[in-house]
Design a protein around this ligand. Structure first.
Ligand SMILES: Nc1ncnc2c1ncn2[C@@H]1O[C@H](COP(=O)(O)OP(=O)(O)OP(=O)(O)O)[C@@H](O)[C@H]1O
Length: 258
């Protein structure tokens, strides 16, 4: 698969209310995401992370404002055309249970020109799966392997932009860590733009170039992992970072005692 130059994504005055304007899941915001960057959206449950993400691939229509990908507004094209160029991975990816792994991966490009048929082995290799899983059913794979197939399926349409909503949230910590590392390497190798929602600040700090901390529908902090770790993100960011920092300090104490 060729290296892409992932597109920039811009939000211009974007906001979303699900109740006719009484409350806002996402309050008006404007920001630019650079092409090729890896951005994590972090924040408490209900802070608006998924809503913001879903306004990019039009799973949610904004109440006001515009989202543009590579300077083209997303509502200039049909949602199916738009989604063909965007990879989307979410928790418990939902593979089709009666189809083999290869068929599950091929389902997306079948919308297009079918070129991908030959690429199944390449896609499996990219996501760190052995070629012999191609003929298995999803039920014959572990949860981590199924999520890897989900990533392969999302990459099958050769997108420049990947949207990920808690992609590794349901996995055990070791698998989660491994898959995060595999995916970050893929992001770099393919030159993707990735926007990933996660609850886990430690995961965001380790994987992303830039972290947007969301709180009550606003972006409360916006910075690099280094800047947020240095305490430059303000109260909301510091509260989220205090959790992994506190755990690390306790582990160090335990280690020193043993
Ligand atoms: N389809 C919907 N209809 C009505 N309200 C919604 C809908 N989707 C989200 N909301 C509300 O919008 C707010 C933000 O939800 P959102 O899913 O974006 O938060 P989140 O930060 O992704 O949360 P979580 O981490 O729990 O997934 C919440 O109050 C939620 O109840």
């Amino acid at each position: 698969m060729d290296r892409k130059n992932g597109p920039a994504v811009s939000f211009d005055g974007i906001a979303k209310s699900f109740d006719g304007g009484a409350t806002f899941a996402v309050k008006p915001l404007s920001l630019e995401i650079a092409g090729g960057s890896f951005v994590a959206l972090v924040g408490e449950s209900g802070s608006g992370k998924s809503t913001l993400l879903k306004m990019i691939n039009r799973l949610v229509d904004p109440s006001t404002g515009t989202v543009a990908i590579a300077a083209t507004p997303v509502d200039d094209q049909t949602s199916s055309d738009l989604r063909r160029h965007i990879g989307y991975v979410f928790q418990n990816i939902g593979l089709f249970p009666h189809m083999s792994v290869a068929e599950n991966i091929m389902i997306i490009p079948r919308l297009g020109d079918g070129r991908i048929v030959n690429a199944v082995p390449d896609l499996l290799e990219l996501v760190g799966l052995p070629g012999d899983v191609a003929d298995r059913l999803p039920s014959e794979l572990s949860g981590g392997q199924q999520q890897r197939v989900g990533v392969a399926r999302a990459l099958a349409g050769e997108p420049g932009l990947m949207l990920m909503d808690e992609p590794f949230g349901a996995l055990d910590p070791v698998t989660r860590d491994q898959l995060g590392e595999t995916y970050r390497a893929l992001h770099d190798r393919l030159g993707l733009t990735t926007i990933m929602v996660t609850h886990d600040m430690a995961e965001a700090l380790l994987i992303a170039d830039r972290i947007l901390v969301m709180s009550e529908g606003r972006v409360a902090a916006d910075g690099t992992p280094e800047a947020l770790l240095a305490g430059e993100g303000g109260a909301e960011a510091n509260a989220l970072i205090a959790v992994p920092k506190g755990q690390m300090a306790k582990l160090r104490q335990l280690e020193a005692r043993s």
